[in-house]
Design a binder for this molecule. Structure first.
Ligand code: HEC
Length: 281
């Protein structure tokens, strides 16, 4: 009797243990890269705005952003009109798009979402929304099985084609298969850049065995060097981060004056205290 119960117990433990080791890895998303952005770098914000308007507004909107807000980035109204508006809209108008949403849905399977606040919306335990966009724009690779010819490590089976491919070149997916999770994790730590670890299975001698696949990208050659491409993407993400919360620049300016004022008050109050206590000491 005891041995039967014990036997059952062992079987239950083995069952739970094998199930547990099965479930963990498959749910992990791609490892993100930290976006090296700087909200004080006005030249980077200006370049990001230019790239964003040139390459992204063809399909996406930024409906909560008006062109004239770009004056925050130290651009004059004339500069905005002459260099950044190609569609004949007025400077006070919103960043809308010429593309019909129905057409877009038919072409890409899904309509391109509004990007005004994506830099905030995409934040998660894996990184900030800015890190997510930075990694996403550096993770496109060639995939002939997709309707657009492109796939993405951070956003698998994405509907968006790689619109910056002439700048970055065409990356290829590189898959390395490991038998042990330990070895796969060690290899993941040793790789630089965006990478994803996936759990898979293989039938070997009639038995199902676990396999761990490390997915990385082999970069191609584009008009920009890899460093220059990363810089361009950084500028776009810097701009999108500003766009998601344009009030942040202003809040910082206001915060500075508030601190100055408090400092001044401190000096005055201290002088007052001195004068009150003068006769008592
Ligand atoms: C040719 C049209 C097109 C262009 C140009 C384009 N996109 Fe997209 N984008 C899409 C589509 C379609 C999706 C939706 C993909 C999906 O959900 O599968 C998308 C999705 C995205 C997403 C994911 C949003 C989310 O939270 O799900 C981001 C971020 C993004 N695009 C950024 C950009 C940036 C930055 C540019 C400019 C460098 C750009 N896109 C240019 C079509 C485009």
């Amino acid at each position: 009797m005891v041995s039967i119960v014990f036997g059952r117990f062992i079987r239950a433990v083995v069952c739970v243990a094998s199930f547990a080791s099965f479930a963990t890895v498959a749910s992990e998303g791609a490892r993100l890269q930290t976006a090296p952005i700087n909200s004080h770098d006005v030249a980077s914000l200006q370049n990001g705005a230019k790239l964003f308007i040139n390459y992204c507004l063809n399909c996406h909107t930024a409906s909560y952003m008006r062109y004239n807000r770009l004056q925050d980035l130290e651009l004059t109204e004339a500069q905005i009109k002459d260099n950044l508006i190609f569609t004949g809209v007025k400077v006070g108008e919103l960043m809308q798009v010429g593309m019909d949403r129905k057409d877009a849905k038919a072409w890409f399977g899904v309509a391109p979402p509004d990007l005004t606040v994506t830099a905030r919306a995409r934040s998660s335990g894996a990184g900030t929304g800015s890190d997510w966009i930075f990694s996403y724009l550096r993770s496109f690779y060639r995939d002939p099985s997709r309707p657009t010819g492109w796939n993405n490590l951070v956003y698998p089976n994405v509907g968006m084609p790689h619109v910056l491919w002439q700048l970055s070149g065409q990356a290829q997916l590189h898959e390395e298969v490991f038998e042990s999770e330990h070895a796969a994790r060690a290899a993941l730590i040793a790789t630089k850049g965006v990478a994803q670890l996936e759990e898979g299975h293989e039938i070997k001698d009639g038995k199902t065995v676990e396999r761990f696949v490390l997915k990385t990208l082999t970069p191609g050659n584009g008009a920009l060097s890899h460093v220059e491409y990363d810089k361009a993407v950084t500028d776009i993400v810097n701009y999108m981060t500003y766009m998601a919360e344009p009030a942040r620049l202003e809040r910082r300016r206001v915060g500075f004056y508030v601190l100055m004022l408090l400092g001044l008050l401190l000096v005055l109050v201290y002088a007052l205290k001195k004068s009150y206590w003068k006769n008592i000491h």
